[in-house]
Design a protein around this ligand. Structure first.
Ligand code: R5P
Length: 308
């Protein structure tokens, strides 16, 4: 086995490698003055089972291109099998043609990863399940839910209720509610554009409850802040947000800090950022990804990793 890391999130790759008891393979990555990326794999990987760790988080275009170049380098270096380990799959929100003359960029990215030479993909909490089908190679789709559920239980919230922050998140929220044995509410929203979200109301009773919003991504914070404001109006007494991929922008941090959200639980699927005064717990998914890599390498089932 050889573990390679791009520049997107080296500390996560190091933690995965440490869990596996394997050093990261030597890779030289440079940028030419015109912005082009150069990759040279320094170790011999001929005949090896290679794992390229690279979330396609911001800056997405650079990180995606670097992932593709690394896969190509590994293929040309005669790796036996190449698994793209993508803890955060960018462009995932462009997964359908919901207006005329728009692309399905998530499908385009899946095609690029496959064409570059990946034989398998290991992903974590893809924005939608159907993205697995965009790949014509095997995809192991993990969820950080076991990590997040453990963290939620440790909070010992007295009157908890899970809340989906939009209708698209109901299925995931329901899965959390079922596992934890908690109730479920829905905060509805309408997205006006990438920056503006209009709250549309709350379905369910959150009065005097400790609301737990569950979402896959924070970007501008608009979805969570809008949902939190509605929950407060409906009488929620505390608000916790559980978000797997915290891609939050500067403006998002400011918005979230001045929102009614008391704390955020997230993972290190993307590089954790400085938050200022917001209470944020970052739970590592390195062990989960490492265990999945080990099982893929040994041709074992990964199903039990989903068990909560
Ligand atoms: C939307 O469908 C996603 O699950 C997230 O709710 C959304 O992408 C978060 O983005 P923002 O923080 O910009 O509202």
């Amino acid at each position: 086995m050889k573990i390679l890391s791009g520049r997107a999130h080296v500390s996560l790759a190091e933690r995965i490698a440490e869990f596996l008891g394997e050093p990261l393979a030597g890779v030289e990555i440079r940028q030419f003055p015109d912005g082009e990326i150069f990759v040279k794999i320094k170790d011999n990987i001929r005949g090896r089972d290679v794992y390229v760790v690279q979330p396609t988080c911001p800056p997405p275009n650079r990180n995606l291109m670097e992932l593709l170049i690394m896969i190509d380098a590994a293929r040309r270096a005669s790796a036996r099998r190449i698994t793209a380990v993508i803890p955060y799959f960018g462009y995932a929100r462009q997964d359908r043609k919901d207006q005329p003359r728009v692309p399905i960029t998530a499908k385009l990215v899946a095609n690029l990863v496959t064409s570059a030479g990946a034989n398998r993909v290991l992903a974590l909490d893809l924005h939608s399940q159907q993205i697995q089908g965009f790949f014509d190679i095997p995809v192991d789709h993990l969820t950080a839910a076991p990590v997040m559920v453990r963290a939620l239980k440790a909070l010992n919230l007295p009157r908890p209720i899970i809340v989906a922050p939009d209708t698209g998140g109901v299925k995931t929220a329901y899965a959390y509610a079922k596992v934890l044995g908690w109730g479920l509410a829905i905060s509805a929203k309408q997205r006006k554009d990438a920056q503006v979200v209009e709250p549309l109301g709350v379905v369910g009773d959150v009065r005097d409850k400790d609301a737990v919003l569950v979402d896959d991504i924070i970007s501008t914070g608009g979805t969570l802040c809008g949902a939190a404001a509605q929950l407060k109006e409906h009488g929620a007494r505390s608000i916790t947000a559980v978000v797997v991929h915290a891609l939050v922008t500067e403006e998002g941090v400011r918005q979230l800090e001045s929102s009614s959200i008391d704390r955020i639980l997230t993972t290190d699927s993307v590089p954790p950022r400085e938050w200022g005064r917001m209470a944020v717990e970052v739970h590592s998914v390195a062990e989960l990804l490492g265990e999945a890599i080990l099982r893929i390498h040994n041709n074992q089932s990964v199903t039990s990793l989903f068990q909560l």
